[in-house]
Unconditional design. Structure first.
Length: 154
């Protein structure tokens, strides 16, 4: 099995020789070896250039509907400050529930509300959504709802 590529040498190969000798020579980290470094740097540069010639293809990902829930809260076991949701079709968002504050809402009311949002997305786009595919916790300091007690209007 071949020896794995050295990331340090890969980076060094892109530097001018003078700069590489300063960084890795006696004044630097001391890894410069004139017996092997010139050839090794050449090898890594040619390898990088060869990789640029590799053909790439584009394969369209499957297009499905999915819902994403955004929870604005402090990290840990803290109460929910606000929530929002989006419906995506493939790689694009197609519908958004603007975030709302959750002050005074119990956990059961929040759960019922998020289920209503899924039902609304399902009805509007004639798809079956049973759950959120992703839930992102975002710092409550990023709350976009206005007015917000965290960001009082001046």
């Amino acid at each position: 099995m071949p020896k794995p590529l050295n990331p340090k040498c890969q980076l060094c190969a892109n530097l001018p020789t003078v700069q590489a000798k300063v960084l890795h020579g006696q004044e630097g980290d001391g890894c410069w070896n004139p017996k092997v470094c010139h050839n090794r740097r050449s090898f890594y540069r040619r390898r990088t250039e060869a990789n640029l010639d590799i053909e790439t293809i584009v394969v369209e990902p499957p297009v499905t509907y999915f819902a994403v829930l955004y929870l604005y809260k402090e990290p840990g076991d803290k109460p929910l400050h606000a929530l929002g949701a989006e419906l995506w079709h493939g790689q694009q968002p197609v519908c958004r529930l603007e975030p709302i504050h959750c002050f005074g809402l119990t956990a059961s009311k929040i759960k019922a509300y998020t289920e209503q949002v899924l039902q609304a997305f399902s009805k509007k786009y004639n798809v079956n959504l049973y759950q959120y595919k992703e839930m992102f916790e975002i710092s409550h300091s990023q709350c976009p709802v206005s007015p917000c007690p965290l960001h009082p209007e001046s």
